[in-house]
Design a protein around this ligand. Structure first.
Ligand SMILES: [Zn+2]
Ligand SMILES: [Zn+2]
Length: 799
């Protein structure tokens, strides 16, 4: 078979390493450019041999010339010569196979190997490593397995070189088990065997096995090479193994393997662990830095909130910034101006369109609250991947545009515009939107999608489901999802502790916290303590609250943030000791926010101290002049005290600030349908029935008409007239509850959502109603969930 006939029957396209052309084998290398290549790069091959076609068998000079062609990558010439030979020995075949493999012509190499076996030439230990390498290069598992069978049959399975190439082959194709089997059965191993298996586990992404193998390797006294070191550093970054990473860093220093690539891997490892000072030390110690090192350092600063350092590093760069530089820099853009500057720079430098950079821009705009700008980038993207979709959904959710988020998710799910399938990140991004839109039935539907898409055992997705169910009022299903999490992380624990907290079951939250500390290896973080203190404050667990607040810094080294102070203040407020609450605010090491003063306002409202309330309200309005809740609380307090002039003053103030009272409305879902009620609402189709039920229940709870009349008597006549339609007895939450009572099956809790803080009289009504109707009533208001059962509420009458 001549060279041309071999080529003709295999019109493959390949990329040739020798002349860097991509071409079919028919027209690969015209004689003209072949000469050019030959003259330029290889003066050595004796071209005379080509013309002096010797018919002698295995002329040593012929073999030598063939070898020179093959070594120089001139495989067509080599093949020509090869075909001239009448009888080639195994050495010549090996030279040819090696030549093709080295040139990246894997299929040609495999074809030649098959021809060799067909001709009856026995391959040897030099043949197999190259044939196996070609099978790996051609990504052909079947051909590789055939060769492996031949290796065993001919007894080369104890040859260390052959086995090493088999390990690399199986690892490259992702068959780690087969690679490990070859490795385990090797009678002796060299450093390459160890390095191959270590590098292989990185390639298949099995960081744990990699680290185990690496430790074994060191134990057997084999010196890892720089590639193994880089593999292990890469694995340490993914497998939560900082200690090992540090050990490897020390090893690299000790053995002097400290080139720029190894150091960049060390830098990257520290950066992934957010060990900024370690990363900085490595970076500053690097004598020459490549673009990757600069990018890693910038990314490390940006991700860890070291905004100024990130930008300084960017300015100091000795290399030209590339796309990765900007992608890493974008998370540092806290100010929208910086973000827009980076966007502008990217446009000017012609880095756009670039799918990853555009996605990073969406994230940046989403986080800076510029959801419209994010949308523009998203809509203009020519190519969108799943990450881009997820980022856009997250941008909507972060900015409270839940409807747009749900719409975009639906579009992605239906797959009209792409063939992409939602993944765990998509679900984790979209689930908070369902929690916010308070729609349990839609949330359940999404849960069904999650199961269908087989993400129902994914920790991140389950954590979001716990949050969604809790926020939609279904504590039972939240708990079910939590119990399903096999690998519970800190977010899983925080979510369930917070779930019980907002539902007023603080004791369970506290128990869950102890369970977390004692049974899991997860350490609590800032959010854990926020959830825990929320639980103590909502349920009035005063001693436990103080205990955990103190232990936070003492035992866990966590400095309390503003959210922790707010919950503690709520806790102090509960006791009614308003002066100690005020002192607590004064002694706080952080600047009080409106939420802090709001907590004091709530406490003074609950303990009817109008002077402190006025002081607190003043502070709130100084920070947030349009805080509706604050005005409403003041209004209620003044009108209850009959201070009508103050009522008018506040009303005028509200008008001048453009603040209007939020229309209170309650929703209840029955048989998959959502019903919305406003105060005194009569628009529902079953309105007569609802009012009849309300009357019956009201009579059953024997509402103290007298106390109401007492309240009314203090009102001015014109207010009285207006108030009748807006009487607490016709408040939306009661209407929704009554519909719930008649349309949900007995034994199930009635679930009502209310967009404002539930009023005192309705709270009292619902407590009694839960007793006389023997039903559990759950009302989620703007802050917490009230579980009314047998005449009591889970909030302990403080909300
Ligand atoms: Zn009410
Ligand atoms: Zn309550």
């Amino acid at each position: 078979m001549s060279a041309t006939s071999l080529a003709r029957c295999s019109p493959i396209y390949y990329s040739c390493d020798a002349c860097k052309c991509v071409s079919s084998s028919q027209n690969h290398q015209t004689s003209e450019n072949r000469n050019l290549v030959t003259n330029r790069r290889f003066a050595k091959p004796n071209r005379l041999v080509l013309h002096n076609r010797s018919k002698k068998l295995n002329d040593p000079s012929l073999t030598r010339a063939l070898r020179e062609f093959a070594d120089s990558g001139l495989m067509e010439d080599a093949l020509h010569l090869f075909d001239e030979m009448n009888k080639a020995d195994v050495f010549v075949w090996n030279v040819m196979i090696k030549g093709f493999t080295t040139c990246g012509l894997y299929h040609e190499a495999l074809r030649l190997y098959r021809r060799m076996v067909f001709t009856g030439i026995k391959p040897d230990s030099f043949t197999f490593p190259f044939v196996i390498k070609s099978a790996a290069g051609a990504s052909s598992l079947s051909q590789g397995k055939t060769v492996h069978a031949a290796v065993i049959k001919l007894g080369f399975d104890s040859d260390v070189y052959v086995c090493n190439s088999l390990i690399s082959f199986y690892m490259k194709l992702g068959w780690a088990m087969d690679a490990e089997k070859v490795f385990d059965e090797m009678p002796e191993r060299d450093v390459v065997s160890w390095n191959s298996i270590v590098y292989g586990f990185l390639a298949v992404g099995d960081g744990v096995r990699l680290l185990v193998m690496f430790k074994e390797m060191m134990r057997f006294g084999f010196e890892p090479d720089r590639f193994s070191i880089m593999s292990v550093l890469g694995a340490c970054s993914h497998v939560d193994c900082l200690k090992m990473g540090k050990e490897i860093h020390c090893y690299a220093i000790r053995s002097g393997i400290e080139d720029v690539m190894v150091l960049t891997s060390v830098l990257d490892m520290y950066s992934r662990y957010s060990e900024v000072s370690y990363a900085e030390r490595v970076f500053n110690g690097m004598s020459n830095r490549n673009i990757v090192a600069w990018n890693v350092m910038i990314g490390c600063y940006a991700r860890n909130g070291r905004v100024v350092d990130a930008f300084l590093c960017f300015q100091k760069m000795s290399e030209e910034p590339d796309v990765i530089t900007l992608i890493n820099l974008l998370p540092a853009c806290e100010e929208i101006l910086e973000g827009r500057t980076v966007h502008g720079y990217a446009t000017r430098r012609g880095f756009l369109p670039h799918v990853v950079l555009e996605t990073a821009l969406i994230d940046m705009y989403g986080e800076s609250g510029k959801v419209k700008s994010a949308e523009i980038v998203f809509d203009r993207m020519g190519e969108k991947n799943l990450v881009s979709w997820n980022s856009m959904i997250a941008a909507y959710v972060q900015n409270g545009e839940n409807y747009s988020a749900l719409k975009l998710f639906q579009e992605l799910w239906d797959g009209d515009s792409s063939s992409l399938v939602p993944d765990s990140t998509t679900f984790a991004s979209i689930l908070p939107a369902y929690a916010e839109s308070l729609s349990l039935s839609e949330g359940r539907q999404l849960h069904a999608y999650v199961v269908k898409a087989r993400y129902s055992s994914d920790t991140i997705v389950l954590n979001s489901l716990v949050h969604m169910y809790a926020m939609c009022g279904d504590l039972e299903d939240a708990r079910k999802c939590f119990d399903q999490v096999v690998f519970k992380d800190v977010v899983s624990w925080n979510s369930i502790i917070m779930a019980y907290a907002v539902h007023g079951f603080g004791r369970i939250s506290v128990c869950l916290f102890s369970e977390m500390i004692t049974t899991s290896e997860v350490s609590p973080n800032k959010s854990t303590f926020a959830s825990l203190l929320a639980a103590c404050s909502i349920s009035g667990l005063i001693d436990e609250g103080w205990e955990h607040f103190d232990s936070m810094k003492r035992e866990y080294g966590i400095d309390p943030g503003i959210e922790h102070y707010v919950y503690m203040l709520d806790l102090i407020g509960r006791t009614g000791n308003l002066s100690s609450a005020k002192r607590f605010i004064e002694e706080m090491p952080v600047v009080p926010t409106a939420r802090v003063w709001g907590s004091l306002l709530k406490a003074s409202r609950n303990h009817n101290d109008i002077t402190v309330a006025e002081f607190a309200a003043e502070q709130v309005l100084r920070i947030e002049h349009d805080n509706t809740g604050c005005y409403v609380l003041l209004l209620t307090m003044y009108s209850e005290a009959g201070r009508w002039e103050d009522v008018n003053r506040i009303k005028l103030l509200m008008k001048s600030q453009g603040v209007s009272k939020t229309t209170s409305c309650s929703t209840v879902v029955t048989r998959g349908r959502t019903h919305v009620f406003t105060n005194g609402d009569r628009s529902h189709v079953e309105t007569n029935k609802i009012y009849d039920v309300l009357d019956i229940v009201s009579r059953m709870v024997e509402e103290e008409e007298d106390s109401y009349a007492h309240c009314v008597s203090k009102m001015r006549p014109e207010t009285l007239l207006k108030k009748r339609g807006n009487s607490p007895r016709r408040h939306s939450v009661r209407l929704a509850t009554c519909l719930g009572l008649i349309s949900t099956e007995t034994g199930r809790a009635v679930m009502v959502r209310n967009n404002t803080r539930i009023c005192r009289r309705c709270h009292e009504f619902l407590e009694k109603a839960s007793k006389v109707t023997r039903r559990e009533i759950v009302v989620g208001d703007s802050k917490i969930f009230h579980h009314f059962s047998n005449g009591c509420c889970s909030c302990g009458n403080y909300w």
